[in-house]
Design a protein around this ligand. Structure first.
Ligand code: ADE
Length: 232
């Protein structure tokens, strides 16, 4: 069973249309859809926004649906200068940019109980998703790129040059979003292989709000296509 955690309803709805033999379970206000997607056993759920929502959802997926791997998708603000809306980042590592116990001598971003700031995905899953991105690019009529890069997560929508540069420069992060590292943390605690895939909706700087609204649907279509390719 593969757990697919989408950040938004739109992705979930797109997958739900394609899913067969659907069984719906409601738990704590969350809707879990179990079924067959392109012949594979999946359970789909929307995380909701932010780290706590993502963490709770991930743990519920583990506790109630015995998932063997977790794929988390959504949109992100681009931090690497070469990224444009619609480009894709497969997270080579995730960090929590707002976790800060430096006052006690810890490195910035180090989550209590972990020995490294970076939370790394399952290498096989990471590579397969990256290969799926390459295949979709090869057959796509539109031009876009995929990169492997660090994704920085925090409970903030980043919409200023100052803040986006601060996160990019400190963590050498390619993109920022609000859930990925929380999914990663829970997956690591439970020793479940995971990967995080994000399409760029904005540049996390001035104008991010407008860009986010303009490009998020296009970005979501991209992650949906990539997951279709992966599952097929
Ligand atoms: N998700 C998409 N764009 C984002 C941004 N600029 N900041 C945080 N999360 C995002």
């Amino acid at each position: 069973m593969t757990g697919i955690i989408t950040a938004m309803d739109l992705e979930m709805d797109t997958f739900a249309i394609e899913t067969q033999d659907v069984k719906e379970t409601k738990l704590c206000g969350r809707k879990f859809l179990q079924g067959k997607l392109f012949g594979k056993d999946v359970v789909l759920v929307v995380s909701g926004i932010g780290k706590v929502n993502a963490a709770v959802t991930t743990q519920m997926l583990v506790d109630n649906f015995s998932v063997k791997k977790i794929i988390h998708t959504g949109v992100a603000g681009g931090l690497a200068p070469e990224l444009r809306p619609g480009d894709v980042v497969v997270a080579s590592a995730l960090v929590q940019h707002d976790f800060d116990t430096t006052e006690f001598g810890d490195p910035k971003g180090l989550v209590a109980g972990f020995c490294s700031v970076d939370m790394e995905p399952d290498q096989e899953l990471f590579q397969s998703i990256f290969e799926s991105c390459k295949k979709v690019i090869a057959s796509d009529t539109e031009e876009w790129q995929v990169i492997k890069g660090r994704v920085a997560t925090g409970d903030q929508f980043i919409a200023s040059k100052e803040k986006s540069l601060e996160i990019r420069d400190f963590f050498d992060a390619a993109a920022c979003e609000m859930e990925g590292a929380a999914v990663a943390q829970v997956a690591l605690i439970n020793q479940i292989p995971f990967v995080v895939l994000r399409a760029i909706s904005d540049n996390a700087s001035t104008g991010a709000k407008t860009d986010y609204r303009t490009f998020r649907e296009k970005a979501i279509q991209r992650t949906v296509k990539i997951l279709q390719e992966y599952l097929k």
